[in-house]
Design a protein around this ligand. Structure first.
Ligand SMILES: Nc1ncnc2c1ncn2[C@@H]1O[C@H](COP(=O)(O)OP(=O)(O)OP(=O)(O)O)[C@@H](O)[C@H]1O
Ligand SMILES: [Mg+2]
Length: 157
């Protein structure tokens, strides 16, 4: 059987609610995501998207079911021992670091050597057309620059 990058098997998450109530945040979710697949979780507010992502990353443990990353059952594996990254909706960038340092951060945590880190940072900047902006802080990028940088992928209207 094919090994998936991410697999959820009958995953449930229940939280204690007000009083003796139980809030079922995720109800019996099973899904398979192949390596390199672009996968979107869509649904109304409160349907359990964030809770599912937090369980995949290891910030929450399922009440029932199992999560597999590259075929390995995660059990109670803590977030720092899972080969997965989460980009949160806010606080995605460290404001005190430059653009270059922000991009390099994950690679440094993984102890990738300096030369390779620089190469990958350069490649990432080039991909989003931000070459030359690596010494700026996130708040020093204008909205216009951000728009121009991503326009390559923006759908044409
Ligand atoms: N720590 C918690 N304790 C109690 N209930 C929680 C907790 N975290 C989430 N919930 C509840 O679980 C349900 C799913 O929440 P979740 O944040 O996963 O939804 P979501 O799909 O990400 O919503 P949104 O689109 O608003 O971000 C909601 O009813 C929420 O109130
Ligand atoms: Mg959410």
């Amino acid at each position: 059987m094919a090994e998936y990058a991410v697999e959820l098997r009958n995953v449930w998450k229940r939280f204690p609610g007000p009083g003796n109530e139980v809030v079922t945040a995720v109800k019996d979710v099973s899904l398979k995501i192949a390596d390199g697949e672009f996968f979107a979780l869509l649904g109304p507010s409160g349907c359990g998207k964030t809770t599912s992502l937090r369980m995949i990353a290891g910030f929450e443990l399922p009440s029932e079911g199992e999560i597999f990353l590259h075929g390995r059952p995660m059990g109670k594996t803590p977030p720092y021992q899972r080969s997965i990254n989460t980009v949160f909706q806010s606080y995605a960038l460290f404001p005190h670091m430059t653009i270059g340092e922000n991009i390099a951060f994950g690679l440094q945590m993984k102890k990738i050597d300096k030369q390779e880190t620089q190469r990958r940072v350069g490649e990432a900047l080039e991909m989003v057309r931000l070459t030359g902006y690596e010494r700026r802080k996130p708040q020093q990028l204008s909205a216009r620059k951000c728009c121009c940088s991503t326009s390559r992928w923006a759908p044409s209207t």
